[in-house]
Design a protein around this ligand. Structure first.
Ligand code: AMP
Length: 219
């Protein structure tokens, strides 16, 4: 039976990093943010509709996102890992209803618990080299010289939605709209809390235990 995982956590909680590991366990990684950024880059109709909303850190309309995600479920037959969806209660309810019609359900919600302050630093500190794509964080892994790449000396750049004012807005939207999903999934008994401030590999191991035993405890 195919499994559906939802990765939940604030922007900057490390969902993308952990998604790479979960993907290695055989799940297809569906990142709504990545899908939408790709549409914007390609300049598609959808991309044009969502560009300014994303630049402000606001949420794209539920109808657009739901349809996009339902198609992903219809077009893929294996296990799926959702990263960035659902983002509010309305999306979660629509998703549950749709999955029910497909004889599926959300099996695991992995909630990466990270303080707001750390999320803020992880995002607004994130820079990368436009040339070699090396990633930096000015708080946690800064370049040797101010804002210049250690490898090619190019000036580092930042994703538009990692700029400080947009990060503030993304976190505000998260606490208002997405955070209530923790209680929603807790009531459905599919929520698993993981301390997202631990070392990346420890978090990976905690998630592996949950997917294997249904809890972080060895078993
Ligand atoms: P992310 O990379 O997941 O933080 O997503 C980047 C941006 O894409 C968000 O700030 C939203 O504008 C948009 N987005 C991603 N997922 C969703 C979603 N499920 N619902 C609405 N908007 C979304």
């Amino acid at each position: 039976m195919r499994k559906i995982i939802v990765l939940l956590g604030a922007p900057g909680s490390g969902k993308g990093t952990q998604a790479v590991f979960i993907k290695e366990m055989g799940f297809k990684h569906i990142s709504t943010g990545e899908i939408l950024r790709e549409e914007v880059k390609k300049g598609t109709e959808l991309g044009k509709r969502v560009k300014s909303i994303m630049e402000k850190g606001e949420l794209v309309s539920d109808d657009i996102i739901n349809e996009l995600m339902f198609n992903v479920v219809r077009e893929n037959s294996g296990g799926l890992l959702f990263d960035g969806y659902p983002r509010n209660i309305t999306q979660a309810e629509s998703f549950d209803e749709f999955l029910k019609g497909e004889n599926l359900k959300v099996d695991y919600v992995i909630y990466l618990d990270v303080s707001e302050d750390i999320c803020k630093k992880r995002l607004s500190g994130r820079f990368f080299c436009p040339e070699c794509k090396k990633d930096y964080n000015i708080y946690f892994s800064p370049p040797k010289n101010d804002r210049l790449c250690d490898n090619c000396g190019k000036e580092l750049i930042q994703r538009d939605d990692d700029k400080e004012n947009v990060v503030e807005e993304r976190l505000k939207v998260y606490f208002e709209k997405t955070y209530p999903l923790i209680e929603y999934y807790e009531k459905k008994k599919v929520l698993y809390r993981v301390n997202g401030e631990k070392d990346v590999i420890e978090i990976k191991e905690d998630i592996e235990k949950i997917l294997k035993n249904g809890s972080i405890k060895e078993g």
